[in-house]
Ligand binder design. Structure first.
Ligand code: ATP
Length: 201
């Protein structure tokens, strides 16, 4: 199966683009969703996080205190590396398991930090959802009720727009109308179907 790794900065429109692929019946594997499921109460990853970062990372009901963990790793490179060391192998293993259970010509695997990670799970193509930084900031402020400074800090911690663009095989420009976005996804869908067909011949 052809594996399309979909990535992009915060608020670039990854979920929006995934929904458009899903409308064509394309299976979507969502790394964020997998990561959330992996840290549910009772799951090994949650115990590993508690062992590494302390029980203060858990809420009273035993669930993960996401805000605390985010604060702990955001400003500290070593802690971030430690958390990634726990989560990345588990997330990529689950992605591989989910993909192997699929039957389709191709699938879209959404990984927000695909280009930042060592691309542990080989993608056939990397599809970037791109938009100007100003649009990213405006969308995330509107959606998440964060301040401009908070959004800017997240953007600064991620790969730059130029670097992402230089590494992507395909790009969706998410700056225009929903119709133009849908048109781009339709074109990509057709080319991925073609590519999948050529590969199996
Ligand atoms: P995150 O990285 O935070 O998970 P994302 O890349 O998945 O975000 P979306 O959630 O798809 O991005 O989009 C961010 C916000 O911007 C959403 O509220 C979405 O409705 C809005 N949005 C997406 N594309 C556009 C667009 N072309 N024009 C206006 N708003 C848009």
């Amino acid at each position: 199966m052809l594996k399309i790794g979909l990535t992009g900065g915060i608020g670039s429109g990854k979920s929006t683009v995934c929904r458009l692929f899903a409308e064509f019946g394309v299976p979507i594997v969502d790394a964020d969703l997998i990561a959330r499921q992996l840290v549910e109460p009772g799951k090994p990853a949650l115990s590993m996080i508690a062992a590494s970062f302390g029980l203060q990372m858990l809420n009273r009901d035993g669930s993960l205190n996401r805000a605390k963990l985010r604060d702990a790793v955001f400003a500290d490179v070593d802690s971030k590396r430690e958390l990634d060391g726990i989560m990345h192998p588990l997330v990529y293993a689950q992605i591989a398991a989910d993909v192997s259970a699929l039957t389709a010509e191709y699938c879209v695997i959404a990984v927000p930090l695909l280009l930042e990670s060592k691309n542990a799970y080989a993608m056939d193509r990397v599809l970037l959802v791109d938009c100007p930084v100003d649009a990213q900031i405006a969308r995330v402020i509107a959606r998440d009720k964060l301040t401009r400074q908070q959004v800017q800090a997240i953007i600064d911690s991620q790969m730059s727009r130029q670097e992402r663009l230089s590494k992507a095989d395909d790009v969706v420009e998410n700056i225009a109308s929903p119709e133009q976005l849908a048109e781009q996804v339709k074109r990509l869908h057709n080319s991925y179907i073609l590519l999948a067909t050529v590969r199996t011949q």
